[in-house]
Design a protein around this ligand. Structure first.
Ligand SMILES: O=C(O)C1=C[C@@H](OP(=O)(O)O)[C@@H](O)[C@H](O)C1
Ligand SMILES: C=C(OP(=O)(O)O)C(=O)O
Length: 429
């Protein structure tokens, strides 16, 4: 689907969708448990992939409005009777790989072209070190993956600078092994707040896991058992970043965002970033609301070491701001649905924005006057689509984004939400 954005101002109320990261973990944790109601779940292409995996392991997920009724496989995944298709979801592939290593037999995982080009090697090696069998059919550390369990080892080391999802995966699976797992980090950990999210969800499901001097540890033989059989998902700050950015660049009369209660998400940093760039921002943490309105923005320097998913949003904010916006510690942002560092440099380039790209950083040389409407490519990546849509709000002339349907990965009603805020859009199939 192509979406064409006509330059527009935005105003009014918008609700953030529930967190994708928390929903994935809640669905899989509920899979490890016996029976759980997951409330306010995000039902998107990616979280559906995790739900399908839970079903293939012998559980069942039923949707009832915004709640999911999850019948778990009670700590012991069965051998799937079909290939597990993780589609576009890195989180699903990593978390499910470690779950598959608990089954007494073989599981096969695959995904779409983007997911089949992302790195899985360190997790495969970890499973092999734990006495499971794990290989990439092409021998290149990428899916399709073949995993045979059960694992039996208790100590493993893994790099922390490729994906934190490997650690999340091992912690979630390690809790139901016999001997538990000690995970040593071979490098510094990037995307660290995502492991904090995991520890928070584990705790809410009654599972103990901890940070150690050298990494993380989880005892085995634990039961996933949330209080009252229920878990509630908070709002998604990566998604909120687009709403705040829309308000900061085009919200003269203010945008009011709901669903923004504090949680372990590193991407809450977007509130400070937008404020530092000069927007008027007021976050009422108790109510879970953020009010933002547009002013002239100025370039900033931001490290995305902990917050890789904010890069596309910050790049667009930087394009509109006056002066340079330097986004640093961004190498791991190249291993996402697409290489987002290059994707944002090239697509903003089509809109007349100058950037300087280095292996670990992106500098956007901004100024609102330079943004020109253009035909751009969302690269099959939900975050690139949404960040380019924001640029389209303030460009000179129309911006057409190809592949706009990919917002269904994390923010299925993104374009409806923009329209409700007053943006003028045209969809073409
Ligand atoms: O665990 C998670 O929910 C996620 C972790 C991050 O990935 P990496 O740990 O691979 O950087 C993030 O980019 C992704 O969108 C979601
Ligand atoms: C990178 C992302 O997700 P995943 O790793 O689950 O594909 C994302 O949502 O930006």
């Amino acid at each position: 689907m192509d979406v064409t954005i006509t330059p527009s101002r935005v105003a009014g109320r918008a609700r953030a969708p529930p967190s994708k990261s928390y929903t994935h973990r809640a669905i899989l944790a509920a899979g490890y448990a016996s029976q759980t109601t997951v409330r306010d779940a995000l039902w998107s292409a990616d979280t559906k992939a995790t739900a399908r995996a839970v079903s293939l392991f012998g559980g069942n997920v039923d949707r009832d409005d915004d709640s999911l009724e999850v019948e778990g496989f009670d700590g012991q995944p069965g051998v799937p009777d079909d290939v597990i298709d993780c589609e576009n979801s890195g989180t699903t592939m990593r978390l499910v790989t470690a779950a598959a290593a608990l089954a007494d037999g073989t599981s096969v995982l695959t995904g779409d072209g983007s997911l089949r080009s992302r790195p899985q090697g360190p997790l495969l090696e970890a499973i092999a070190d734990l006495d499971g069998e794990a290989f990439s059919t092409r021998g290149n550390g990428q899916a399709p993956l073949v995993i045979t369990g059960p694992i039996s080892g208790t100590e493993v080391s893994i790099p922390g600078d490729v994906s934190s999802q490997y650690i999340t995966a091992l912690l979630m699976a390690g809790a139901v092994t016999e001997g538990g797992l000690e995970i040593d980090l071979e490098t510094e950990l990037k995307s660290a707040p995502y492991v904090d999210i995991t520890l928070e969800v584990l705790d809410d499901f009654g599972v103990e896991a901890e940070k150690t001097k050298t990494g993380f540890a989880v005892d085995g033989g634990q039961r996933y058992d949330p209080a009252d059989g229920e878990y509630r998902v908070p709002g998604d700050f990566s998604s909120i970043s687009y709403l705040l950015a829309a308000g900061a660049i085009a919200g003269d009369d203010g945008v009011h965002v709901e669903g923004a209660k504090p949680s372990a998400q590193g991407d809450t940093a977007i509130v400070e970033i937008v404020e530092e760039m000069g927007a008027d921002v007021d976050w009422n943490r108790d109510e879970g609301t953020i009010d933002v309105s547009a002013t002239d923005l100025e370039g900033v320097e931001v490290s995305v070491e902990d917050t890789p998913d904010l890069l596309p949003t910050i790049a667009t904010l930087g394009a509109v701001a006056d002066g340079d916006t330097r986004i640093t510690n961004a190498e791991h942002v190249r291993y996402k649905e697409t290489d987002r560092v290059s994707a944002m440099a090239e697509e903003l380039g089509k809109m007349g924005v100058e950037t300087t790209e280095e292996q670990e950083s992106l500098t956007v040389h901004g100024s609102e006057s330079t943004l020109e409407g253009a035909a751009v490519d969302g690269r099959g990546d939900h975050r690139i689509v949404m960040a380019l849509a924001l640029a389209g709000l303030v460009a000179d002339g129309e911006t057409t984004i190809a592949g706009a349907e990919h917002v269904d990965v994390s923010f299925p009603n993104f374009f409806e939400t923009l329209e409700e805020l007053g943006a003028t859009l045209d969809r073409e199939n």
